[in-house]
Design a protein around this ligand. Structure first.
Ligand code: GLN
Length: 196
């Protein structure tokens, strides 16, 4: 199995490392690579959109034209996980702040996202979330977005302070927080199983 971690900006290396650990833990023979190559994305079985700055990530993936490869992969049913800023990019609908910055979304998931819903950088926090199919997970929130509304085809996996913070729509997984920063591979294992 080949997992492509989109490496335009953000916490790419952390995702590479934890994906490899998750593969080892569940006995998947595969590789996790940081890439922005259209060819590599095309050849991959699953894609991760890391956290970072959604405005910057959006600009760069559209500039390089890899938005098309990601959308094509999604249509083919390949699993795609967006974490933090990555979850914003997966969404079909953004709030005022997202519209004001003219951030182009990939528009794949029927979710409405609110940027910086939990406050600024200094208000970052960790919390034990109860996540469907996974259990309690120590989630790191850094200037995190929230999902304020979901379509009927979206499965809500976790909620916090009245917001949805983890959701799945078939092959697409959106998380408000940073699973790659916890010393816990279970979310990546869950994601890899979506690709099996
Ligand atoms: N606040 C950032 C954004 O809106 C996301 C932060 C993150 O990915 N840690 O792009």
């Amino acid at each position: 199995m080949k997992v492509a971690i989109i490496s335009v900006q953000g916490d790419v290396e952390e995702h590479v490392l934890i994906t490899k650990r998750a593969m080892d833990n569940i006995g998947i023979d595969g590789e996790a690579i940081a890439t922005i190559s259209k060819e590599e994305i095309k050849k991959s079985d699953a894609i991760i959109l890391p956290g970072g700055e959604s405005t910057t990530i959006s600009k760069l993936i559209h500039q390089r034209g890899i938005d098309k490869e990601i959308k094509e992969a999604a249509m083919k049913g390949k699993p795609i996980m967006g974490t933090c800023a990555g979850s914003i990019l997966l969404a079909k609908h953004g709030n005022e702040q997202i519209k004001k910055t003219k951030t182009k979304l990939l528009g794949l998931m029927d979710i409405w996202v609110k940027r910086n819903a939990f406050g600024r950088q200094i208000e970052s926090f960790q919390v034990k979330l109860d996540i469907k199919n996974i259990g309690y997970f120590n989630a790191v929130f850094i200037r995190a977005p929230a999902i304020v509304k979901t379509g009927s085809n979206v499965d809500i996996l976790s909620e916090f302070e009245g917001y949805v913070v983890a959701a799945r729509q078939k092959n697409l997984l959106a998380l408000s927080f940073h699973p790659e920063l916890a010393d816990d591979t279970r979310i990546h294992e869950y994601f890899l199983r979506m690709a099996e």
